[in-house]
Design a protein around this ligand. Structure first.
Ligand SMILES: O=c1[nH]cnc2c1ncn2[C@@H]1O[C@H](CO)[C@@H](O)[C@H]1O
Ligand SMILES: [Zn+2]
Length: 430
């Protein structure tokens, strides 16, 4: 059914234009699956639409914005939220995260992913890019919740109990891609974990699979100084130079973090049109040190978006909060309040194109709260004053999935059952 949102106080579109007192009409052509979004005043009166063919949503005291995109995360890590804080990355992974991940079954990952997808939907995130074990379980949870997922098949070839047989792993990766490539709201991708956990041959084989099926590649890159120093000592190259030398950089590559990057490496990333995901909350929490060179990246025209990283290093999946974290981090870092401005971070938060989804989703923020009054500049209120809890309604590909802060497809009883399941899963952790 077509959806009419009437009498919105504000709307911000994907190009960051602001509208006041406006209606939005969302129509879905059932045959072509095409979504059209029209904005205008009094759309019902002006058009030949019939009220009874429409789902009408009251936009009074609300602001519409495009769907938010969480472009680097590990959603089943909701299960590990708060299990280990205030530790450095390598110890955090080796001592706490990897041993406990070794205890997870596919069913556990499904429940963790379900919790993560619901958290994202509640916060207005309509697409995400993930990398985690049992990716088919993540697909299952994503489809159940109804948001859009770019789901990576993770490849790690040393250092963890998860990896035993690389050929088998790569074979399963191909099977995974074939199985889900035709799905409308799922993009299967190949996800070599990081240059410090994957060999050169592994990266090359991952790239071959991504080319054969024309899918994206997703990896961690230059997250910590340790990683860069280790590589410089071993092979005399920095991580970006290394991935360039083995032919991995390209416009189908999504790299998370890129914190420890020189100006020269920024130019290399721009030249190959690599898609960089900035995860400021996780970088600060794990004290990855340094700060992703945002100014230099923007100057060179690098494609940028935002990610929360997994909920064990953030510790939530809130992109509205991440916008503010990004804006503040770069101001503090550069001693310059003009850096990380409102438009820059909004553009990053709406960027679902980088992970392969056109953004045709609409999120409504509830402005009926003291912290969102008054409105001098609605974009400022979104970035600096709002958080995920202010999301009221979410429409994904023409379908209402959240309304009045309630999930349309998931009732309270089922939600309680998910919380209960999660509580029993975490009993095996230590
Ligand atoms: O910030 C991070 N850096 C490196 N690895 C991470 C980070 N967060 C989560 N994982 C790990 O990536 C694997 C999924 O493929 C998981 O082992 C997860 O714990
Ligand atoms: Zn990560």
């Amino acid at each position: 059914m077509d959806i009419l949102i009437r009498d919105l106080d504000y709307a911000v579109d994907i190009n960051l234009n602001v509208y006041k007192n406006i209606d939005i009409l969302i129509r879905r052509d059932e045959d072509s699956k095409k979504i059209s979004i029209d904005r205008g005043r009094n759309l019902l009166e002006k058009s030949n639409l019939d009220k009874k063919d429409l789902k009408i949503i009251d936009g009074d005291k609300k602001c519409a914005l495009p769907g938010l995109s969480n472009n680097h995360t590990h959603i089943p890590m909701t299960l590990l939220r708060g299990i280990a804080d205030d530790m450095i990355l390598q110890e955090w992974l080796r001592e706490k995260i990897w041993p406990n991940e070794g205890r997870l079954t596919g069913e556990d990952v499904y429940y963790g992913a379900l919790l993560g997808c619901l958290e994202m939907l509640r916060f207005g995130i309509t697409s995400f890019n993930d990398m985690y074990f049992f990716p088919e379980e993540i697909v299952r949870a994503t489809k159940e919740v109804g948001i859009k997922g770019t789901v990576g098949f993770p490849i790690i070839d040393f250092g963890t109990p998860q990896c035993k047989d690389l050929d088998k792993l790569l074979n399963n990766c191909e099977k995974f891609i074939k199985e889900y490539i035709a799905e409308e709201k799922i993009n299967p991708v190949v996800a070599p974990h990081a240059p410090y956990t994957c060999s050169k041959d592994t990266y090359v084989q991952c790239r071959e699979i991504s080319q054969e099926y024309n899918v994206l590649l997703h990896t961690h890159l230059s997250e910590t100084r340790y990683e860069v120093v280790e590589m410089e000592n071993k092979i005399g190259m920095r991580p970006v130079e290394y991935l360039e030398s083995i032919g991995i950089l390209g416009d189908n590559l999504i790299t998370a973090h890129c914190v420890w990057i020189t100006k020269e490496e920024v130019k290399i990333l721009a030249k190959h049109r690599v898609k960089v995901v900035h995860c400021p909350g996780s970088n600060m929490k794990l004290a990855s040190g340094g700060v992703m060179p945002l100014v230099e990246m923007l100057r060179e025209g690098v494609s940028l978006s935002l990610g929360t990283d997994g909920p064990a290093s953030n510790n939530n999946l809130d992109i509205l909060e991440e916008m503010k974290i990004a804006a503040l981090l770069h101001k503090a870092h550069r001693w310059d309040p003009t850096v990380g401005d409102v438009d820059t971070v909004l553009r990053m938060a709406f960027n679902s194109e980088s992970i392969g989804f056109e953004n045709r989703d609409i999120v409504l923020l509830d402005l009926n709260s003291p912290h969102l009054r008054p409105v001098h500049n609605i974009k400022s209120n979104i970035v600096y004053s709002a958080n995920g809890n202010d999301v009221d309604t979410v429409i994904v590909e023409g379908e209402v999935l959240l309304e009045n802060k309630k999930f349309s497809k998931i009732d309270d009883k089922y939600l309680r059952n998910i919380y209960h399941k999660v509580n029993s899963i975490i009993k095996k952790f230590n």
